[in-house]
Design a protein around this ligand. Structure first.
Ligand code: SF4
Length: 704
């Protein structure tokens, strides 16, 4: 394979074509540097973002030279010592020593690995292989479990395959109607709005479901301001109206689907006045939304974390899939159900093996054929591959206990901020015998570690990412990492070597990708025909792409769905209340989410001055009428308490939120952490925690 040139250089100006380090839109950008000055972000006309970036993207290069970045390993001398600088040799010795001691004393599964949805495909692949081959532990999962796992599970059940969008973004403007559920893309991925704006200017309608009025709902035709946790009732209610109004596509249901009869029976009991009572959405809005969807020639239903991050997240998504199938708006051009993936590599990160039940190519660890294929690629015995392990929250919850993980290796995740019931998770982290964290900053999780390994940033290593469309992208390297910093692949490779598996773990991204292609071949997420050269030349390649002559697959399901008989599956869904509902003690709903200027746990964006100027601290949105009841004014310090803990936040009064609901962004640390409050009640299928709804008490006050 030919090496791809990292950087084009003309008359002293270096330009590197790459992608944003943050969200799943993975906007194309250039990094430019004149006369060896620090890199700055400049425009790149890439097919997804068309030159547009949000403020996070424009400021992304500032972190490359941040004075706060780690440039040397840190180690802690227990029991009471602080972190101190150390050599790589000492740091790696400590990690290897901890792994060996723990496994000798407690068994293989006492060592766990926690990955991230921002890691490149190469890292996700090698991390999964490292856990199964070098550690032979079943205990590996990643923070993507907290992100898209409900939509992934529902898509597999209904369509036989999980790819965020089954069509490219360029199809969005052509849709006559779009139902967007639980997403505020105008703030979280602003460049995508150009597609929705074009769709509306062509005369299309956009219906947005959200408990808050947001910049996205402001751009909509109709806003359905839903009571948190009632999404399945809404979907069933829209189906009920569609049935009565004759909007169903009976030939499509008969020819391309299975299982509608029971769904039809269930939907018949979700009449509009009942659904209004459950969801809080006026009956005439329900009728209007059903009419827009039902009379459209082409339509899409897109979900995001709103309906997905619930203890019934899979059912919620399945209920919307039932609706799209009953309307005959799937498996056709400019139609379909899609999930708007959140994290940068939320898609690729769940395809190549860092999930507890998964092997590369979207193969399954509990499938004998899949195990045999991967064992052969890896050159190990099939019986030596571990069985599926615990899901993310379950692994974290059991840390330090009998039968739980005693040594944890974390790559690209900040659990102390991003995990649900974060106060409890901090205690579990402290109960570990040993914690290793690889990061480029001293995150809140790294602060608690025994060893911190300084890792390279996105512009300092090449690798592939898979965006929300299923388009595999190439991030090119702009420069070497600073002295003292290593890439995650180099770390995994060294750890593998030290554990006696020298030939198993290449450290060059291109070599890892070659192996990934081979391993994924014949799998659901087949990357066999994708090369770095093709990605660079073709502005990305859509999987599945089984060989180098295959054009890739921008649109799925046009001929058949990916089930054994080619038909999509309906799944009966009854509305069930969230795990926790408001009561006398905790009388309001709490919901959490993202804001424009911050990203995920804020490890990176909280270190960018321009972003901190825009959004410097944690806050809670409260409806002014509700605030008056509590005697709370704009900017007052308030205390939120749930059954998990208490957070202190500044009050932001806004009529954009429902009277009965509070909203807290989840990017901030310390006592303003939203996840001190959130409920870890898990979806029974996806094991997704219920980040999006719990019961909360509001009080004026500045102490816990
Ligand atoms: Fe980066 Fe997402 Fe913003 Fe694009 S929308 S610039 S990928 S954070």
């Amino acid at each position: 394979m030919l090496p791809v040139p990292d950087v084009e250089s003309t008359a002293g100006t270096r330009v590197c074509a790459t992608h944003c380090p943050y969200c799943a839109l993975q906007c194309g950008m250039n990094l430019s540097s004149a006369d060896s000055a620090p890199w700055t972000v400049t425009e790149r006309d890439f097919p997804t973002n068309r030159g547009g970036l949000c403020q996070k993207g424009w400021t992304a290069a500032e972190l490359l030279g941040s004075p706060e970045r780690l440039r040397q390993p840190l180690v802690r001398d227990r029991p009471s010592g602080t972190l101190r600088p150390a050599s790589w040799e000492e740091a790696v010795d400590r990690v290897v020593g901890a792994i060996e001691r723990t496994q000798e004393q407690y068994g293989r599964d006492a060592v766990g690995v926690f990955g991230g949805g921002s890691l490149t495909n190469e890292k996700a692949y090698l991390l999964g292989k490292f856990a199964r081959v070098a550690l032979r532990t079943s205990q590996i999962d990643y923070n993507g479990r907290f992100c898209m796992s409900s939509a992934a599970a529902a898509s597999i059940k209904a369509f036989g395959i999980d790819r965020g969008l089954p069509f490219p973004l360029t199809d969005i403007p052509l849709a006559d109607c779009i139902l967007l559920v639980g997403s505020n893309v105008a703030e979280t991925m602003p460049p995508i709005m150009q597609y929705f704006q074009k769709q509306k200017s062509r005369g299309g309608s956009l219906v947005v479901v959200d408990p808050r009025a947001t910049p996205t709902t402001a751009a909509s035709t109709l806003h359905l301001q839903i009571t948190p946790g009632t999404d399945a009732a809404l979907a069933n209610g829209l189906l009920n109206i569609a049935m009565k109004e004759g909007y169903l596509d009976e030939p499509f249901i008969a020819q391309r689907t299975e299982g509608f009869d029971l769904v039809r029976r269930i939907a018949s009991s979700y009449w509009p006045s009942r659904v209004e009572r459950i969801t809080g959405i006026p009956e005439q809005h329900l009728q209007h939304a059903a009419r827009l969807l039902g009379t459209a020639k082409t339509a899409m239903i897109l979900t995001a974390r709103g309906p997905e991050q619930q203890s019934h997240g899979v059912d919620n998504v399945l209920a919307f899939i039932n609706l799209v199938l009953a309307l005959g708006k799937a498996g056709k051009p400019v139609c379909g159900y899609g999930c708007l993936t959140g994290q940068g590599n939320g898609q690729g990160g769940r395809e190549h093996g860092q999930k507890a039940d998964q092997l590369p190519g979207y193969r399954r660890l509990d499938n004998p054929e899949h195990r045999a294929h991967i064992a052969q690629v890896w050159g190990v015995a099939e019986e030596d591959l571990p069985k599926p392990g615990r899901s993310a929250y379950e692994m974290l919850d059991a840390m330090g206990s009998d039968g739980g993980v005693r040594t944890l290796l974390v790559f690209g995740s900040n659990l102390a901020v991003s995990a649900p019931r974060a106060g409890h998770i901090e205690k579990r982290l402290d109960a570990l015998d040993f914690l290793m964290v690889s990061d480029f900053f001293l995150s809140e999780t790294a602060e608690r570690a025994d060893v911190v390994l300084p890792s390279a940033q996105w512009a300092e290593e090449e690798g592939t990412m898979t965006n929300l469309e299923g388009r595999v992208l190439l991030r090119q390297r702009a420069s070497e990492p600073p002295a003292g910093v290593r890439t995650d692949l180099e770390m995994i490779s060294e750890l593998g070597t030290r554990l006696g598996y020298q030939r198993f773990f290449p450290s060059r991204p291109a070599a890892v990708f070659e192996e990934l292609r081979h391993a994924s071949s014949g799998g659901t997420a087949d990357y066999a025909g994708i090369t770095y050269e093709r990605i660079a030349k073709e502005d990305g390649v859509f999987w599945p792409c089984p060989d180098e002559n295959h054009p890739g697959t921008p649109r799925l399901f046009l001929d058949q769905f990916a089930t054994a008989d080619g038909k999509a599956r309906f799944h009966p869904v009854e509305f069930r209340v969230p795990a926790e509902e408001p009561d006398h003690e905790f009388p309001l709903y709490l919901t959490t989410g993202r804001i424009m200027a911050q990203y995920q746990s804020g490890t990176q964006t909280r270190r960018v001055p321009a972003l901190m100027q825009m959004s410097p601290k944690a806050f809670v949105q409260i409806h002014p009428s509700m605030a008056r009841t509590y005697g709370i004014g704009q900017g007052d310090q308030v205390r939120l308490t749930t059954r998990r803990g208490t957070a202190l936040l500044a009050a932001e009064l806004t009529p954009s939120i429902r009277m009965d609901t509070l909203f807290v962004p989840f990017h901030f640390n310390g006592s303003g952490r939203a996840n001190l409050l959130t409920n870890p009640a898990l979806d029974p299928v996806s094991r997704m925690p219920e980040f999006k709804v719990c019961a909360v008490r509001l009080e004026k006050g500045s102490s816990c």
